[in-house]
Design a binder for this molecule. Structure first.
Ligand code: LMR
Length: 333
């Protein structure tokens, strides 16, 4: 017995210094809700690859896609508590933690194209919006693209009256809620991971999302009609827990910033192609009928939603809406 104890003690003395000097990597848990083969999923994987390379293995990035760790609302709370370090929620999901500004991007027909979007995200407006996140314990590192949204349901959606009485799943944004109310529909906030089943079982009748999200979650398989409205945009803010970020060694923070900048260029470069390919795949599947609205139908939709720019001024801020409209209005289709 004594001999065994002595041997154990000797082993401990031998092992201890090694354990003390071996540097455990800094772990960043990056949680998100979409599939890996989407613009955000690929962006997160690219960030992992570059961050681990630039920090020479000092940082390990663990990517958790498809809500495997947390659903929409929970992931923001988990970030604030430090249970995860990094997320990329859509602009539409910051309202519940008290930052309503990002809901400006939900205003229907606000952005004619990505060039207009960049005017906001890469200019002083975009920077000022990121700064607001710091009071909520997070740092906004980048804006990532997804793309423009389509509408789907089991009824062909062409004119505003086609939406009347239908239940639509929405993200947690008051602007999106107002959008569906303007159409006479019934909006229902729901986590992204629950949408497929809700559509399949008829808990909701329809939804709005990008082709990439629709295809990778198979929404098109449980929706008879998809209308190519392109009425709104889904994009993301990559956020990191502020305390975690501030406490990192300065050189590591610099290397991670470089990795994030490059992953952002990558993700934003592929987003359009990813969505175009998904739309093609949806078409090929033959499971949902694609409807291209006429100019008159588009005009009727725009007209119905126009009052939102006034109605949402109290929520999002009149000045912000005016500034964003001004920044984007110089960009033509
Ligand atoms: C949604 O909830 O519909 C999207 O924001 C999901 C995502 O992250 O693209």
């Amino acid at each position: 017995m004594r001999k065994w104890l002595l041997a154990a003690a000797a082993a401990a003395i031998f092992v201890a210094p090694v354990a003390a000097t071996a540097q455990a990597p800094i772990v960043i848990k990056f949680s998100h809700v979409v599939a890996p083969n989407t613009p955000k999923g690929k962006g997160a994987d690219k960030f992992k690859e570059l961050a681990e390379k630039y920090t020479n293995g000092k940082v390990k990035i663990e990517v958790y896609p498809n809500s495997t760790l947390y659903k929409d609302k929970e992931e923001l709370e988990a970030l604030q508590l430090g249970a995860v370090q990094m997320l990329a929620p859509s602009n539409s999901k910051f309202g519940p933690i008290g930052v309503k500004d990002f809901e400006v991007f939900d205003l229907p027909y606000l952005l004619p194209n990505k060039t207009a979007l960049r005017k906001v995200t890469e200019g002083p407006l975009g920077k000022a919006m990121l700064k607001k996140l710091e009071t909520k314990g997070m740092v906004g590192l980048a804006y990532w693209d997804n793309g423009f949204k389509e509408m789907s349901a089991n009824r062909p959606l062409r004119m505003p009256e086609d939406y009347k009485g239908l239940k639509f799943r929405i993200q947690s944004s008051k602007v999106l809620e107002a959008q569906f109310r303007a159409l006479g529909a019934i909006p229902q906030v729901m986590a992204f991971s629950e949408v497929y089943q809700a559509l399949q079982t008829g808990v909701v009748d329809g939804q709005e999302n990008t082709p990439s999200n629709m295809y990778t979650q198979k929404f098109h398989e449980v929706q008879k009609y998809t209308t190519l409205t392109n009425h709104g945009y889904i994009g993301y803010v990559v956020v990191v827990n502020k305390k975690f970020w501030d406490d990192l060694p300065a050189d590591v923070r610099t290397q991670l910033t470089k990795a994030m900048d490059e992953a952002t260029v990558y993700s934003n470069d592929i987003s359009e192609k990813e969505n175009a390919e998904s739309l093609e795949d949806i078409k090929k599947s033959g499971k949902t009928e694609l409807i291209t609205p006429s100019a008159a139908e588009n005009a009727a939709m725009r007209k119905t939603m126009e009052p939102l720019y006034q109605d949402m001024a109290n929520r999002v801020g009149k000045q912000l809406i005016d500034d964003v409209v001004k920044a984007t209005s110089s960009v033509t289709n």
